[in-house]
Design a protein around this ligand. Sequence first.
Ligand SMILES: NC(=O)c1ccc[n+]([C@@H]2O[C@H](COP(=O)([O-])OP(=O)(O)OC[C@H]3O[C@@H](n4cnc5c(N)ncnc54)[C@H](O)[C@@H]3O)[C@@H](O)[C@H]2O)c1
Ligand SMILES: NCCCC=O
Ligand code: NA
Length: 503
Amino acid sequence: MAVRVPSRQLFIDGEWREPVLKNRFPIINPATEQMIGDIPAATSEDVDLAVAAARRALSRNKGKDWASASGAVRAKYLRAIAAKITERKTELGKLEAMDCGKPLDEAVWDMEDVAGCFEYYADLAEGLDAKQKAPVSLPMETFKSYVLKEPIGVVGLITPWNYPLLMATWKVAPALAAGCAAILKPSELASITCLELAEVCREVGLPSGVLNILTGLGPEAGAPLASHPNVDKIAFTGSTTTGSKIMTAAAQMVKPVSLELGGKSPIIVFEDVDLDKAAEWTAFGCFWTNGQICSATSRLIVHENIAKEFVDRLVKWTKNIKISDPLEEGCRLGPIVSGGQYEKVLKFISTAKSEGATILSGGVRPEHLKKGFFVEPTIITDVTTSMQIWREEVFGPVLCVKTFSTEEEALELANDTHYGLGAAVISNDLERCDRVSKELQAGIVWINCSQPCFCQAPWGGNKRSGFGRELGEWGLENYLSVKQVTQYISDEPWGWYSSPSKL
Ligand SMILES: NC(=O)c1ccc[n+]([C@@H]2O[C@H](COP(=O)([O-])OP(=O)(O)OC[C@H]3O[C@@H](n4cnc5c(N)ncnc54)[C@H](O)[C@@H]3O)[C@@H](O)[C@H]2O)c1
Ligand SMILES: NCCCC=O
Ligand code: NA
């Protein structure tokens, strides 16, 4: 059953505030195409207010309330947020499913991951205290040196719509653990649960200004954040095109950025596999989250000796996927997030066809669903490496297939991309899996699976998939600045210049 979408304002300085220009825009449920509420539209005026609030939060009580409080103090808030998310996980899961179209079971799983991620960074915040003043060994006995890890400052966090609250959490949790103050700008296509995070922060009494949440459009709310002179760092997840704009804006102030961008990730299936196990992982790798995963393994590279049988089996698996309103029990594939994205996905499919590829399965709206932005899981064969469908990220439930005969050829096909986010290899020969993992040009490699993701392990890409790593201890380092403190400990004068007292 659907739930009511709360009506919220922007979250600035610990309170709900109407946007300065008072604009709002509608929220559309992609399964029904109905308006289910609206969200406030922030502009640069609101960004200025939020940045000022964040700066005040950092310096309040000379930083002792947040930035230079012990990690243990900050951890208490992170744990309280995790507990509230857990308490509300079913309701939040429903809101997420209604906003971005992901199946409810996935959305609730995301909420568990959100709570787990806040808990994890609470642990790391506590651990940070013990890591302060780590000594650096020097080659001169007359000096000693240590390292302080300090929050970078005010950070701007700009996130996409495919995992609305989870992608925000991957940034908010480590930023707060590090002692930063943040401004989160979620995607205009799915912001509901991020506004609920604001309510959770209010309820747990997070000090005002530590986390500010501004919903709004990219150019109107995201761009002024990226170029703001008082924002010390931008962490961005989204498309490669927007990532490049953000990097350009940040470069003007030599502002550090971390970028988690798009992908066109391969999955290599060798001939020694259990066909059904491999087919299920291949389907999951590309059709989970309605195919809207940055790391979706959307290029299947399968050994020619099993290709026909494997693809037939895969088609059978996809025909068994329940496509429905995300809130219906057992749903495993919901709609594309918006009308605009839906049109883009269909255009990719029609271009593939016009370039000579075969739409083997899917490629259309399921017959039983008359409303909503639904596309059947789509498998495309007869693909060449110059086709758009092989080269560009679709961000929808579309898999393209090529065959190979040797390991070298498989790797060449896998690495034939400007992207470098994920990659998967499926084989019973674990030595081969290790060898192939080393050769794959990607930040994440899955062996005998595709997509499982743990907040303890690093996440991020190479090439045009971006740089920097989120999650794990790497995620915390994103928000820390390293300061060396070096002390002269000899009683002797330095003795470089002739002392005037000896004249
Ligand atoms: N690597 C990862 O971990 C990861 C995870 C999820 C999604 N993605 C990528 O995200 C993309 C899909 O998400 P999307 O459509 O929301 O991406 P997008 O780039 O359109 O938008 C992402 C965010 O950037 C904002 N934005 C847009 N223009 C901006 C500008 N000029 N300045 C500042 N902010 C701006 C948007 O409002 C949104 O909040 C896909 O390419 C996908 O691969 C990557
Ligand atoms: N499982 C989380 C994947 C995030 C990228 O889209
Ligand atoms: Na939406």
